[in-house]
Design a protein around this ligand. Sequence first.
Ligand code: SAJ
Length: 426
Amino acid sequence: PDVCVVGLGYIGLPTAAVIARAGCKVLGIDVSQKVVDTINRGEIHIEEVDLDGLVHGVVSRGLLSASTEVAPADVFVIAVPTPFDKDHAPDVSYVLAAGRTIAPVLKAGDVVILESTSPVGTTEQLRDMIATMRPDLKVPGLVRETPDIAIAYCPERVLPGRILEELTNNDRSIGGITPRCARKALAFYKRFVRGECVTTDARSAEMTKLVENAYRDVNIAFANELSIVADKMGLDVWEVIRLANRHPRVNILSPGPGVGGHCIAVDPWFIVHGAPEETPLIRTARGVNDGKMHHVIRKADELVAAHPDARVACLGLAFKANIDDFRESPARFVTSRLARKYGARIHIVEPYAAELPIEFTDTGATQIDIDTALEECEILIVLVDHDVFRVVPLAERADKLVYDTRGIWPDQPRREADDSPGLRLA
Ligand code: SAJ
């Protein structure tokens, strides 16, 4: 193959498919035989808009294949997970394992690119490991002469649900161990990226990725904190944010039931871990966003408890709008807490789920569709801003008790006279 992509998950598989579409022969490597078999049949094991058709196309044209075994290639792209442990310390063992996998087949002229979100210094660690395993190769940064291989860090920054579009259109930061490494990696990305590719050093590129997601986390925390303050003061936070955002230099994000997904709630910890004394703001933002979820659980619980005869519909389980990704989802966590406590009173509406996740088994909670929820449930708890919920007209919900954590129904009447908590407040 021309290109070897190590790790065929949410980033690796779309990336491999897009590179293949550009005409390169791509070999995807994964530790899971099942994943490899699925892809070789032209099918996919993850959900992402338009990915199935693209993978089917490039596999049937012979441009993409998958294997558990690495093979020599000109470019290696590593896209494996970098989780954190219970103390929020980043775990780069999958990155190093990927390095160990490719090291034996590396040859002079090859380019190695790390895409996984990584703490600052990981690309150099990868380089050091390759240097130890392959003393016959001149590696960048450790030799005076022109090195045999190039090593660079180039983070993905695609939004789940828009991955294929953003893979080609977003700008990229490309951080070389040396400027020459960056130039070699740049030539590779130019083959399939339409966005601007900006070169820098590896450590700056690593930090850039972490900073992007910490920036979003801190800004969402601001919105979430405001929602709790507004709640206490009896104000409509959505109204206040709408008005404040009319200021030309103010752009407050949306409060919600907490921050989910696999990046924004994780990456800030990589910065905090690298500089614990210097990061009170980033650390606090994480606490605020996690705390928001518990605030929502409390409010929802009070509302459900105050109306013992009411049937409850929880709207949404996904970690954000219009996707079928339920991992690390605050909506799912809130709903499961209610289901465990209130059992059969809880009805779950999630058009993106064929069935309820495992933790709902034996709780008595059931899955219903939005029409049934609007006909039969007196309490509606909005946890995800799916478009199918947003378009429900006022006429179908005006008489409901609504706890709208996403602010999707600004026209919902506030029921001041009703002393039940949480109505229309985030
Ligand atoms: N959220 C809010 N309020 C908002 C915006 C988001 O509560 O105003 C919540 C969402 O509901 C969700 C969570 O935050 O639970 C994260 O959603 P998201 O859409 O902000 O981001 P992700 O996790 O889908 O993707 C992010 C993106 N990063 C940034 O926007 C800075 C994406 O570009 C990155 O590639 C991705 O993380 C990643 O892989 O790191």
